[in-house]
Design a protein around this ligand. Structure first.
Ligand code: GUN
Ligand code: ZN
Length: 465
């Protein structure tokens, strides 16, 4: 197999920057070349005019007017909500879950339905250019099998785990298991799918997460048992995924209800093994560099500090936070805490499959934060949470997320069409080359729609469905 060289306008974040260093790490190469070796790794990323002679015979792919950017990483999306985007009638989070989401997820009890949904889910994520993801899974093992199988067929990256629920009201009933089955089914899924099958891939594409839905869907016994399970599998690189501090309606919202049920002052404590009243020794912690907590909108400083200390990441889901009235994550304060921030569609709660739409809503939310808190996100920060920060949240930054030489080549060819093309072709740019670069990236990220995502590559292989 020959090397391949793609010619296009390159944007990526080089090295291992913190989000605060993203603008310094931003690389733009308008007349760029990206060389992908036969082993699926990046051999060269630079000026076309400086392409090393050793790649002169590489198979050429010209993308005139096109852009080459790292694949999008969606760190929070709900597989069993494939058909539940824009569900109306439930109001805010807890009512919406009971009225719309639990019944919708219960449909996955039918294996044929679940298989069709897995096919649709996989199609939608490819159309959106999502090369890697953390997917909140279905309660039903056959549905999870379908998701892993369809993902493997397509050659995409996936971390997922069955959604664990051991308590709930009437509409949640079809999704509940006994305490014993909650652990058994998760253990079975890990043994079956976690990094199980590299096939002819360079490194494993499929991984399993331990996924308690959120503290209100499980008991202290479940959390304690999951802590034990995680302790057993942590060294094998198993993940943890759940929701934190999402909806703050005073008194009856998710956060106050959690604190009330668990008798804690900090929601994070319930995932940190401190879920018994006043106890520091409730169980083993679920936090760590392979843990992603979705939303984390209303965190206390101590909670952010603990997440940063343990290497736990946030999946920021502003599209969903708008839809469910969950509020605005304080951008400056969250960034300043040092916690890693990635981006999630939260599809189901969110009504967009596209990470660029998440980045656009993040920009709009944070510029409208009141007073001193309001901030104009730098486009490099937007690119960070949608690519490299996501790879870091999945603890796979050493494999993908940017175009550093040696990384596995997960990338997108963006060929702007329609309004995006017209805008990029005609936009006025600053005379300052750095600002002009930032303006182009911003316009690209704000304007990308599925129609402009022309080609999707994972480990150097084009994903064709
Ligand atoms: N918290 C618990 N379950 C869910 C869910 O399905 N979606 C969102 N947005 N939050 C949750
Ligand atoms: Zn969610």
């Amino acid at each position: 197999m020959p090397d391949h060289v793609h010619h296009g306008h390159i944007f990526h974040l080089a090295g291992n920057p913190l989000i605060t260093e993203a603008s310094d790490a931003l690389v733009e190469i308008p007349d760029g070349a990206l060389v992908v070796g036969a082993d699926g790794t990046i051999k060269y990323c630079g000026e076309k005019s400086r392409l090393p002679a050793e790649f002169a015979s590489a198979q050429r792919h010209e993308h005139p007017g096109g852009y080459l950017i790292p694949g999008f990483v969606d760190t929070h999306i709900h597989f069993p909500q494939t058909y539940a985007g824009d569900s109306y009638g439930g109001g805010q989070l807890l009512e919406w879950l009971n009225l719309c989401i639990f019944p919708s997820e219960s449909q996955f009890v039918d294996p044929e339905f679940a298989r069709t949904a897995a096919v649709e889910f996989t199609k939608r994520r490819v159309a959106a250019g999502t090369t890697a993801m953390m997917a909140f899974g279905s309660a039903f093992p056959h549905a999870q099998d379908a998701l892993f199988e369809e993902t493997r067929k397509a050659g995409l990256r996936l971390v997922s785990g069955r959604g664990i629920q051991t308590v709930g009201g009437d509409t949640a009933k079809p999704l509940l298991t006994s305490e014993e089955d909650a652990i058994r089914l998760t253990r079975d899924e890990i043994e079956k799918w976690h990094a199980a099958d590299t096939g002819d891939h360079r490194t494993a594409l499929l991984h399993v997460a331990i996924v308690p839905r959120f503290s209100l869907s499980v008991t202290t016994e479940t959390l304690r048992n999951l802590g034990e399970l995680y302790d057993e599998y942590r060294d094998r690189g198993v993940y943890v995924h759940t929701h934190l501090n999402e909806n703050h309606r005073p008194g009856t919202g998710e956060i106050d209800t959690t604190k009330d049920v668990y008798q804690v002052d900090s929601y994070l404590d319930t995932y940190d093994g401190k879920f018994l009243p006043g106890s520091q020794v409730g169980g083993k912690s679920l936090l760590g560099p392979r843990t992603i907590l979705a939303h984390s909108v209303h965190c206390q400083d101590a909670e952010l500090a603990r997440m940063a200390e343990t290497g736990t990441s946030i999946s920021h889901c502003p599209v969903s936070q708008l839809f469910l009235g969950s509020g605005t994550m304080p951008w400056k304060r969250t960034v300043a805490s040092g916690v890693n921030i990635s981006a999630g569609t939260d599809f189901g709660g969110g009504d967009e499959w596209l990470i660029p739409r998440v980045l656009g809503d993040a920009f709009k939310q944070h510029i409208t934060e009141p007073g001193e808190a309001g901030v104009s996100m730098h486009p490099a920060e937007m690119l960070f949470i949608g690519t490299l920060g996501g790879a870091r949240a999945l603890d796979m930054e050493n494999r993908f997320g940017n175009f550093d030489e040696g990384k596995e080549a997960d990338f997108l060819v963006i060929e702007p069409v329609d309004g995006l093309k017209a805008m990029l072709d005609n936009a006025v740019r600053s005379d300052d080359p750095v600002l002009a670069r930032d303006q182009t990236l911003f316009g690209l990220l704000m304007g990308i729609r599925e129609s402009s995502i022309a080609e999707v590559y994972v480990q150097g292989r084009q994903v064709v469905l």
